[in-house]
Design a protein. Sequence first.
Length: 263
Amino acid sequence: MIHELNHFGIVVRDLTASLDFYRGVLGARIVFEGVIPATGTSVVYLQLHGGMIELLYRPDPPEEETFGITHLAFSTDDLDRDFASLLDFGCAPLVEPRVAGTGVGRLAFLSDPNGARVELLERDLHMRVEPFEHPLVAAFDHYALVANDFATAKRFYRELLGLSDVTEIVRDDGLTLTYLACDYDVLELQHRATPIPGPIFPHFGLRVHDLDDALAAFAAVGVTPERGTPRALDVGEGRFGIVRDPDGVEVELLERPDLHDLR
């Protein structure tokens, strides 16, 4: 059974620069470090308030390496059964269940209905700690995923992975945002009737106490907001700004009510 939305996996060019950004700027804490001996890949799990990301770094990456967000991971207590169920649903297998490269637990990979790479994890080690306070970051707000096949994606994440409805927002520009939760963690499904080219994992979002204070603090250490932000949210109460990590991963900084309060 799926019991946790565990992390976004991010492949990085420079592990030191990425750790400086996530730890020094965003206040993340390291909750696990390991190495995949077969490829020399460093694996670092970071927690930001209550949410998690995984940094993957190879000192000698292949020419075709993809940098940035590459997968979304869920934890299960029965990897083989859940993997088989998702294949029965029609998902394409990418990596059959096997021992993780770090030797910690087992994993498998498959494609969701829109081609997003999804990892299933089964392990005894509990990496996540209790959410912790930060002067700027109030919470891990959401993981974002583009869903062109919207109906099938909602069925996949609701019925098969067990996420529950939070809210749905339809913007004036034709973008529909469906928020689904797995306890603390929230997945944002993005859908447009006419798709716009872009990454299937467009960003992750952090809720901040005060957007102006956060952007000023980040600018003071050389992290400037994207042009055109901060600005008001298109729908609902609040504002947002965008900053990017050293590999160009978009981080939304949101000053708005807690999504869980919208249920």
